[in-house]
Write a protein that binds this ligand. Structure first.
Ligand SMILES: *[C@@H]1O[C@H](CO)[C@@H](O)[C@H](O)[C@H]1NC(C)=O
Ligand SMILES: *[C@@H]1O[C@H](CO)[C@@H](O)[C@H](O)[C@H]1NC(C)=O
Length: 222
């Protein structure tokens, strides 16, 4: 019955793969990425380096260095597709504590500002959010999937719909694989049974022939 063991392990694999997809995919579909639209810093802080190293970072997130930002009082516009974008994502619907910083060669990094970046900040119809701090910086962010209120309902609904469709597709795939595996296992089992029956019939044929020979032998003796 090693076939059955193999089959069981295959079914287990399918279930595990589906489970992994289910647990990661919904988040992926509803992901609300935040991109940087523009930034202007009003002054730099490192006295040693000529070019500042400005970066964006959220708590427990990665550091995103803004490689283009080299001068103060220059407005840098971005298209959202740069290699270092997006800055972060707000798919959990919770705020994230994020900030703009400048690396410092001697002291600890300079903090332009640290604040709570929330999905509800992106209330404008185009998903734009302007963050301005006097004498420090002026930045615009975009998050299309973050748009709250009436718009959000339809957005979320779309997201939910997509998840539902995905769920159905994955479930059908799972059911189909289990069915196919079942049919294959059933067929193999039937073949094995048939072979055993044929063998039994074949052996029985020999036994019958032996009986006839015995009878003949007996007849010779008589
Ligand atoms: C941080 O970067 C690493 C490697 O580039 C990546 O695997 C990880 O998912 C990132 N973490 C976050 C929170 O973006
Ligand atoms: C900040 O930048 C945006 C976009 O460039 C601009 O519309 C806005 O007027 C600026 N705000 C200030 C206070 O400079």
């Amino acid at each position: 019955m090693s076939n059955w063991h193999l089959l069981n392990s295959r079914v287990c694999n399918v279930i595990i793969v589906c489970w992994i997809l289910f647990s990661y995919f919904p988040g992926f579909i509803l992901s609300a990425v935040v991109t940087l639209g523009s930034i202007e810093i009003f002054r730099t802080h490192d006295w040693i380096k000529t070019k500042p190293t400005v970066y964006f970072k959220c708590k427990d997130g990665n550091k995103t260095v803004l490689p283009d930002v080299e001068k103060a009082s220059v407005l840098y516009n971005f298209r959202g597709e740069e290699s270092w974008q997006p800055l972060t994502d707000l798919s959990s619907e919770k705020c994230k504590r994020c900030g703009f910083y400048e690396e410092d060669t001697i002291k600890s990094d300079y903090v332009f500002e640290e604040w709570e970046l929330c999905p509800s900040d992106f209330a404008a119809p185009d998903g734009k959010y302007i963050r301005f701090k006097e004498k420090e910086y002026n930045a615009t962010f975009f998050c299309m999937q973050c748009i709250p209120d009436s718009n959000s309902a339809s957005h979320r609904h779309k997201g939910g719909h997509a998840t539902e469709i995905l769920l159905v597709v994955l479930l059908s795939a799972l059911v189909t694989s289990v069915l196919i595996l079942g049919v294959v296992a059933g067929y193999k089992y039937w073949l094995k049974k048939k072979r055993e029956q044929d063998q039994a019939r074949f052996l029985k044929l020999f036994e019958d022939e032996d009986d006839i020979e015995d009878e003949l032998g007996l007849g010779n003796v008589i």
